[in-house]
Write a protein that binds this ligand. Sequence first.
Ligand code: SF4
Length: 367
Amino acid sequence: MDKRRVNVIRGKLLSWYAVEARDLPWRRTIDPYAILVSEFMLQQTRVETVLRYYEPFLDRFPTLRALAGAPIDDVLKAWEGLGYYRRAHNLHRAAQVVAGEHAGELPRTIKELRALPGIGPYTAAAIASIAFGLDEPVLDGNVIRVLSRLFRIGGDPAKAKPRDAMLAVASQLTSSGDASHLNQGLMDLGARVCLPRSPRCHECPVACECDAHHAGEETAYPEQPARKRVPHIDVVAGVIWNGEPSTPGSRILIARRRTGDMLGGLWEFPGGRVEEGETNEQALVRELHEELGIETSVGAFLLDIDHAYTHFRMTMHVFHVRHTGGRPRAIECADWRWVSVEDLGDFAFSVADQQVLSALRKMSRRE
Ligand code: SF4
C-alpha cells in the first residue's frame, strides 16, 4: 500500500473514531487489569452480552490481586452465563501468574503477554495496543471484514495467506502511532457501518479508498468458508432427590464437572449422552451409575432444553429421579453435594442447567 493511501485511511478513520467511538466501559479506563478482563470476556462473545457482566465482575474482583486470590468457584459464579468457561479458568490462572511472577503488574511485551494462560495473538495485540499504546495490529471478525473489503483481499480469512495479507495492511495502518484508536476504529467501523450483509457505504469514512465498494462487490468479501453441518445429540439429566420431590428437607444431588472437560469446574444436574438403542430413562440410570456409582429410579419428566454450542447442538431431556441406593462417589465427576433447592443458587451452573434451576424454583413456589 502506498504511503498516501495509508495516510488517507489513517486520517479518515481516526477522525471518524474521535466522533463516533462506541461508549464502552472498558474504554473509560487505562487500568491494564480492567482491559485484560474485557479482552477475555470479548473472546467469542458479543459486546452487548459482555456489557452485562463486565462491571459486576470488576465490582467483585476490583484488582488483579483480588482475582488472583479468589477461589475458582467464586470466579466461575461471577462468570456464570457468559459461556466458554475455559476463559474464566485461564483469566484466573493468568492473574495468579502475573501476581506471582510479575509483581502484580501486567507485562508489556507481546512475548510475555503471550506466555500467560489464555492469551493468543489477538488478545496480546489488543492489550498491547489498547493498554500500553504499542503499535500492534489486531485482527478480529470486524477488522477482517473491513480490511478484506477495503483492499479486496480474497480467500478464507482463517487461512495463512489471506490472513498474512490482512496483517500486513493492518501493520502499515498502525505502524505510525495511535494503534489503540486505529484498532478500535476498525472494530467499530465493522460493528456499525461495514456490516456483514448490508454495509452502509454511504456513511463510511473510508468509502473513497475502498476497492470492494468501487467494484460494487462489498458483500463478496470476506470469503465465507463452506458451512459444516453442526451435529445434534440427545442428552439426559436427572434432578436426583433423596426423598419425595419438593417435600420439606428433601435435597438434590448435584455434581461438579472435571476441570479440563467441557464446562469444567461448573456444577450440573448429572447425566450424559443417550446411546443408540437406549430410551432416555435407560440412558439416565446408566449414566448416573457410571458418573456417581448410585442406583436410581427415573420418575416424572421435567422439561426439554435445546442449546447450541460451537461444535454441536443438543437437546437435554430432564427428569426427576429418586436415589435408591449406593453412596455417591466422584467417579466421572470432580465432586458431588446434596443441596436444597434454596441453596442451588450458591453454585455456578451452565446456561442450560440454569433453565432446570428456574423450573425447580417455579415448582417449589407453586408448592
Ligand atoms: Fe465497508 Fe462499504 Fe466502507 Fe468499504 S465502503 S469499508 S464495504 S462500509
